[in-house]
Design a protein around this ligand. Structure first.
Ligand code: NAD
Length: 343
């Protein structure tokens, strides 16, 4: 048996997920939830989706009656994750939501409660938790293969817009327009990309940051970045004394990770994107076979759900909320200029 998935939001990343689901062993793309009728028609033909498994944002709650759908995967803008996760949970469906889990800690708590109350499981789409190079750096760090980690550098940025000068007017047809809208995105590249730097630092160390300092970067395009940051840098302090120095931006390209330990180091470039990843340790090359990240993530999650097993802690809502707490602290520090302690 395969677990039947309905994708909610048919944008760019949903297309990558659909390909992963198509290639998977343990799940099947059985339904869609979309706000655009024409897109629904296209997906219906492309993925052979029965009419009765197609919903829009208004009639979505009727999915409660549809025994053919087991899980809803929410891939809409960040500010809408909460609404759709709660609606899916109330319909008795397991839920995966994309990162970042939501835009506030309160929203994350409501999502966790809704899933618990309706006896469904909640996962966050942390694709790198299944990627072999990342499993290895997690092992190198947490098992202290090169001794105690003292310092991490993690950066992820994409030059997302063509024109970064003060004369640019926001293009209203820009595919990334919602990412510039604070209500829909919750923030700029920190929400979208910086979260990978936070995650990697946390899973290399196996610790939670206790304090952060942060600085907003230069704003080259004041029209476009009136609500969200263009770039941000931050430093996280961990209980062991380790420090992580991180950057994210949609004004420049960067994708790298470096960890310095007492008896060596390890690094990846590229490190946090879709790969393929390459790197080295003090002992030599760090390279693993390339996998389909979305397929592997879906198979690992769906296999457990088919066996009625509990999902592992590192992908659940309780994990997602930890990143949002750190992100909140980073914004608070960048705004105040003060070090912010995380409780
Ligand atoms: P996108 O703009 O390509 O797609 C967003 C989808 O949401 C579109 O289908 C759009 O129609 C729909 N939508 C519904 N309500 C909307 C509204 N009010 N405004 C705008 N769009 C609305 O974005 P995307 O890149 O697919 O990102 C979607 C989610 O996936 C985000 O949470 C993002 O962080 C996440 N994501 C994750 C990864 C990853 O590697 N895990 C990669 C990219 C994006």
């Amino acid at each position: 048996k395969k677990l039947n998935i309905a994708l909610c939001g048919l944008g760019n990343y949903a297309t990558m997920l659909a390909e992963g689901i198509q290639a998977s062993k343990y799940c099947h793309l059985a339904g869609i939830i979309t706000g655009t009728t024409a897109k629904g028609e296209k997906w219906k033909t492309q993925y052979d989706i029965p009419e009765k498994n197609i919903y829009n944002y208004q009639n979505f709650d009727e999915i409660v009656k549809n025994k053919e759908i087991d899980l809803v995967y929410v891939v809409v803008p960040n500010g809408l994750h909460k609404e759709f996760v709660i609606r899916a949970a109330k319909a008795g469906k397991h839920v995966i939501t994309e990162k970042p889990m939501a835009v506030t800690v309160n929203d994350c708590e409501e999502m966790i409660n809704a899933c618990n109350q309706n006896n469904v499981q909640l996962a966050i789409g942390y694709r790198l938790h299944y990627e072999p190079t990342h499993l290895e750096i997690k092992r190198l760090g947490q098992e202290k293969v090169f001794g105690k980690i003292r310092f991490i550098e993690a950066s992820l940025g994409y030059k997302t817009y063509d024109n970064l000068d003060t004369k640019t007017i926001v293009d209203k047809n820009d595919r990334n327009e919602w990412r510039l809208n604070k209500k829909l995105s919750g923030g700029g590249p920190l929400m979208d990309l910086g979260i990978y730097c936070i995650q990697a630092s946390r899973y290399i160390l196996g610790e939670e940051p206790i304090a952060v300092t942060a600085q907003f970067g230069t704003v080259n395009d004041k029209n476009r970045f009136s609500e969200t940051e263009e770039s941000i840098s931050w430093q996280m302090e961990f209980p062991s004394g380790a420090v992580a120095n991180c950057n994210t931006s949609c004004g420049y390209n960067i994708d790298r990770l470096y960890a310095s330990a007492d008896e060596g180091s390890f690094e990846l470039t590229p490190a946090l994107s879709y790969g393929p990843f390459e790197g080295k340790t003090s002992n030599g090359v760090l390279k693993f076979p390339v996998i389909n990240q979305q397929q592997t993530q879906m198979d690992e999650i769906c296999k457990l759900l088919l066996e009625n097993k509990k999902l592992p802690n590192h992908i659940t809502g309780e994990e997602g909320i930890k990143d949002i707490k750190v992100i909140n602290a980073i914004y608070k520090s960048a705004e105040s200029g003060e070090k912010v302690f995380i409780k």
